[in-house]
Design a protein around this ligand. Structure first.
Ligand SMILES: NC(=O)c1ccc[n+]([C@@H]2O[C@H](COP(=O)([O-])OP(=O)(O)OC[C@H]3O[C@@H](n4cnc5c(N)ncnc54)[C@H](OP(=O)(O)O)[C@@H]3O)[C@@H](O)[C@H]2O)c1
Length: 401
């Protein structure tokens, strides 16, 4: 039977294309519709995405259980770090109907005792016969263990269905697991000709309400927001999440080599419970460090780089050790340039306002990039009067066995 297969955007909200698929099996579920076998993994990915505000530092995972006749009998997703994994929710919902059935899961089931018991054991105990896994666990220490356990217990395991989509979903987790640093996104609000401020640095653009709401969505899906001290001194931002839906404040990070951040800065007085980390060097005074401490800031001193500034690699190493998987850089031209020169930017998000500033404006990137940085544009969208462009600057790392 030929059925129509659809391709969805990463957030699964929009159907971006529809093609006729190869002949394949389809499941007809009365009252629910038709699902191809591909659709079940698609559904698991969709479920996983529901955890995007709450799972970090864990990955997003979704799972679907079908019984021996192919009817969906259980589904679930990982909701928060420390809570039950997606497979457990799905198996609990399925109960005895899971016996002889199949499990579709977006990430290899865990095989170790962490904050929760191993899912691989629960799958065997539930009597599941076949497990479809979109992608293996990127963590070299655990990768393959779950698959081996299941196979050793007589369960048929297939790997790789919708793998690219499943990996894209957990880009921060994969970057953190394989590169030992958070995924870095630079977000820039600029004019159509790429200027982030006018001739007078205080002449800032005000993005449209649609763009601002998008920025707050970005803040709630990132673990940390990072700025340079000059943005703090010019704009005095609070760096909190002020969107409409549920969301937490990201950790605030300021790069300040000399200790110039004043204790009246809004980052300390926004009412947020999230920490504010100030990375500095030996050049900052002990008196300043005390002042920062007194208003709730945490000062981290690092050996200065060759330019006498905070070393970016060491900052990311320290953030990774704090289980920060994703960093949103909302800084100025200097910090953008420094991150790009160090080859540390994974994603670029530009919010382009419909105005032109000319050569007197402050460019979005304050460094010469040679060679130029190649980008793969993955999304362009109108946000009210503005244009949002999203691009990858780095390929997603893969595990080297
Ligand atoms: N439109 C937008 O999206 C947007 C967003 C943010 C800011 N802005 C605008 O951008 C302007 C500020 O930009 P900016 O370039 O002057 O400031 P910035 O990039 O926010 O901060 C630069 C400062 O960061 C510090 N820093 C610490 N470690 C560093 C490192 N490894 N490499 C480079 N810098 C390091 C340096 O000061 P020390 O040497 O003292 O540490 C440096 O002067 C303002 O006009 C602001 O309004 C626009």
């Amino acid at each position: 039977m030929r059925i129509r297969r659809r391709q969805y955007s990463l957030d699964e909200r929009r159907c971006v294309s529809g093609v006729l698929s190869r002949p394949c099996l389809a499941l007809v579920i009365p009252g629910k519709g038709i699902f191809s076998l591909l659709g079940l993994m698609q559904r698991a990915i969709r479920l996983a995405y529901r955890g995007r505000f709450t799972t970090s530092p864990n990955p997003m995972v979704g799972a679907v259980v079908v019984d021996r006749h192919g009817t969906i009998v259980g589904q679930g997703y990982h909701r928060r770090a420390g809570g039950p994994h997606a497979e457990i929710y799905a198996l609990r919902q399925a109960g005895p109907a899971a016996v002889g059935g199949s499990l579709y899961v977006t990430l290899e089931p865990c095989n170790h005792y962490g904050r929760t018991p191993p899912c691989s054991e629960a799958i065997v105990q539930a009597g599941i016969q076949t497990v479809h896994i979109a992608t293996t666990d990127p963590n070299p220490k655990v990768a393959g263990g779950g698959v081996a356990y299941l196979r050793n217990h007589g369960i048929a395991v297939t790997l790789g269905e919708l793998e690219d989509k499943a990996r894209s979903l957990n880009r921060p987790f994969i970057t953190w697991s394989l590169l030992g640093r958070p995924m870095v996104t630079v977000k820039v609000a600029c004019s159509l000709d790429g200027k982030i401020a006018g001739w007078d640095p205080r002449d800032r653009y005000v993005s449209s309400p649609e763009s601002l709401s998008f920025v707050h969505d970005l803040r709630r899906t990132h673990d940390a927001i990072l700025i340079g001290v000059d943005t703090l001194l010019t704009d005095d931002p609070t760096l909190t999440y002020r969107g409409k839906g549920f969301g937490r404040d990201p950790v605030r990070v300021v790069l300040d080599s000399q200790g110039r951040t004043p204790n009246q800065a809004n980052v300390f007085h926004s009412g947020s419970h999230g920490p504010t980390l100030l990375y500095t060097t030996q050049a900052a005074s002990v008196q300043w460090e005390r002042e920062m401490f007194s208003v709730g800031g945490e000062v981290i001193r690092l050996p200065a780089d060759a330019a006498g500034q905070v070393p970016l690699h060491a900052v990311l190493d320290d953030l990774a050790s704090r289980q920060i998987l994703s960093v949103l850089v909302e800084a100025g031209a200097t910090i953008h340039g420094a991150f790009l020169q160090a080859n540390l930017v994974d994603q670029w998000i530009g919010l382009y306002s419909p105005l032109l500033v000319g050569s007197s404006g402050l460019s979005a990137i304050g460094s010469i990039l040679s060679p130029s940085v190649k980008a793969e544009i993955i999304e362009c969208k109108r946000r009210g009067p503005d244009l949002m462009v999203r691009a990858w600057l780095q390929a997603l790392p893969t595990r080297k066995d």
